[in-house]
Design a protein around this ligand. Structure first.
Ligand SMILES: C[S@@+](CC[C@H](N)C(=O)[O-])C[C@H]1O[C@@H](n2cnc3c(N)ncnc32)[C@H](O)[C@@H]1O
Length: 243
């Protein structure tokens, strides 16, 4: 099996690379080694070309790739992708660009998307910060989903949190007028940080004035389940780009 996994790396060398050479030194993720199961290797063989967008570092016309006229939602850090697949199926009036560096989750969602023929989903396995800053045109995104981003709970790790002022500014820059950012976390203090950061970001408004009520179309995610088991509060944050 190990040999087979090496074979896909040989045939698709870009699978080894998830960040730019000149990447900023602080990363919001830790890359875990993954031993893929046979179905995940087969998913790469069967569906990579149709559903995966490689990192090019160039501004990309995602509308032309989807070619169906639907607005674009970008999900950052989809984990195992269970919620992603369900949302793409049930809220099919949008396209979804699903970004995750974790290879096991990436190949699992690829398998689902390919088997279910979810033509409104594309996947990228790369640092989302680089994808947004280099490949996504300003004002082109209708929504961002960031479900249970790594909380980096220790104070000395806070600098690794995704939702901080520069990233929030990047999200705002990429949103179309009226577009949304939907972030959810089970880490109370990070939830408050999200509200404060978005509140201070030029061009974003919070229609709820504080935490938002849950939306009916978001299924429970794996990390949400873990949070609930530990009796953590689940806080929803929904902000919009000014029209
Ligand atoms: C705590 S997990 C949550 C996964 C899933 N959304 C859920 O709720 O079950 C956060 C995920 O974000 C991914 N991630 C963190 N920073 C990222 C980045 N800059 N680009 C892409 N993925 C990232 C991690 O690899 C991890 O799988």
């Amino acid at each position: 099996m190990r040999e087979k996994q090496d074979t896909i790396y040989r045939d698709i060398p870009e699978l080894r690379i998830v960040e730019r050479d000149d990447a900023h030194s602080i990363k919001s993720f830790v890359l875990r080694g993954t031993r893929l199961k046979p179905f995940q290797i087969e998913a790469v063989r069967a569906y990579y070309n149709d559903y995966v967008i490689p990192y090019t570092g160039k501004v990309t016309d995602f509308d032309a790739i989807f070619a169906n006229g639907k607005p674009l939602v970008i999900e950052i850090g989809f984990g195992m992708g269970v919620a992603t697949g369900l949302i793409a199926r049930d809220r099919s009036q949008y396209n979804y660009l699903a970004i995750e560096v974790f290879l096991s989750g990436f190949t699992k969602l690829l398998d689902k998307v390919g088997k279910e023929n979810l033509t409104n989903v594309r996947l990228m396995r790369f640092d989302a910060v680089a994808v947004l800053s280099q490949m996504v045109a300003d004002g082109s995104v209708s929504g961002f989903h960031i479900f249970f981003p790594d909380p980096w709970p220790k104070k000395r790790q806070h600098k690794r949190r995704l939702i901080q002022a520069p990233f929030a500014q990047l999200l705002a820059q990429k949103l179309a007028p009226g577009g949304y950012i939907y972030a959810v976390t089970d880490w109370q203090e990070y939830a408050e940080q999200m509200l404060a950061v978005f509140d201070a970001t030029f061009g974003l408004v919070n229609p709820h004035g504080g935490f938002a009520p849950p939306v009916a179309w978001r299924p429970e995610t794996r990390f949400e389940q873990k949070g609930r088991e530990k009796e953590h509060p689940i806080n929803e944050v929904w902000v919009e780009k000014q029209r």
